[in-house]
Design a binder for this molecule. Structure first.
Ligand SMILES: Cc1ncc(C[n+]2csc(CCOP(=O)(O)OP(=O)(O)O)c2C)c(N)n1
Length: 283
């Protein structure tokens, strides 16, 4: 098991360095395949670095450990970020990342639960939170100290199943459950279709202990995760405002950042831009 678990003074610079590595892997995967869900991946890289290198109780050498914290990626198409995190922490070989999206690869463009470290299949949107409720209930019944972290998107808040699960989480007082809501403002071909604001107030009204943060600010992410450890008798929701394409200015400005498919020369330019930008970031 990782030894810096729940460290009181996490090394923010080290976590930012991990986030940079995740972004580097994400861009390399997409460049190799010529396409991918890069915008979302770059947007949640900070969150995944904070989870896999600080907050989650997990053992990369024993992914089936019964008392592990569960991380559920509800948006299966964000898999590129999960593959980067799983490789960076040693669950899968770094060399396997080059197979992203290829026929027969374990690293599909959407998650399969046959890949080590993956808890649920996430392709059909809107089901992650409900599955997380079931797991959190089961773990509580078993007396397990494990917690369940469910990533979901702003688009998924337009699905009724998400709010049925939200009601159930509060009803059962699941304080071993943390919803991580990636509000990146996009949905497929453009902006989120339905206005979901005020997002945080909605979760509060549903009975969740709620925080709202800049999802690309490592200090804010770590602080919100820490607060979510408290046993308040309520499930926890963290609303993360993230920037699609974070770390690559051209992608940050791109109007259609849902799925990026560009020519090899453009990928080279995006990678070079990332490396130039990364040099200016602490960590
Ligand atoms: C139930 C379901 N409906 C539709 C889709 C097709 N689909 C794939 S990604 C996507 C956009 C979803 O938006 P969001 O979840 O906010 O993700 P982002 O735009 O950040 O990628 C849609 C509609 C799906 N995968 N599952």
């Amino acid at each position: 098991m990782r030894d810096n678990l729940y460290a009181d003074t996490p090394d923010l610079q080290a976590l930012r360095m991990r986030a940079k590595n995740l972004r580097r892997h994400i861009l390399a995967m997409a460049r190799g395949q010529g396409q991918g869900y890069v915008g979302q991946g770059l947007g949640i890289a900070d969150l995944l670095a904070a989870l896999y290198f600080h907050e989650l109780r997990h053992d990369p050498q024993n992914v089936g450990w019964p008392d592990r914290d569960r991380f559920l990626l509800s948006t299966g198409h964000y898999s590129i970020a999960l593959w980067a995190a799983l490789a960076e922490c040693g669950v899968i070989p770094l060399s396997e990342l080059s197979t992203y999206g290829a026929d027969g690869s374990r690293l599909d463009m959407s998650t399969l639960d046959t890949t080590p470290g993956v808890e649920i299949i996430g392709g059909s949107l809107g089901h992650g939170l409900g599955q997380g409720i079931g797991m959190a209930l089961g773990l509580r019944l078993d007396g397990s100290p494990a917690r369940v972290f469910v990533e979901l998107s702003d688009g998924e808040m337009q699905e009724g199943a998400t709010w049925e699960a939200a009601m159930a989480g509060a009803h059962f007082g699941l304080d071993n459950l943390v919803a991580l809501i990636d509000c990146n403002g996009i949905q497929a071909d453009g902006a989120v279709v339905l206005d979901m604001e005020p997002v945080a107030e909605k979760w509060r009204a549903f009975g969740w202990q709620t925080a709202e943060i800049d999802g690309n600010d490592m200090a804010a992410i770590v602080a919100a995760l820490r607060e979510a450890r408290e046993g308040s008798g309520k499930p926890k929701a963290i609303v993360l405002r993230t920037l699609p394409g974070k770390g690559v200015p051209t992608l940050e400005r791109r109007e259609k950042a849902h799925f990026v498919r560009v020519d090899p020369g453009e990928w080279d330019a995006l990678v070079a831009e990332f490396e130039r930008t990364a040099e200016t970031i602490d960590g």
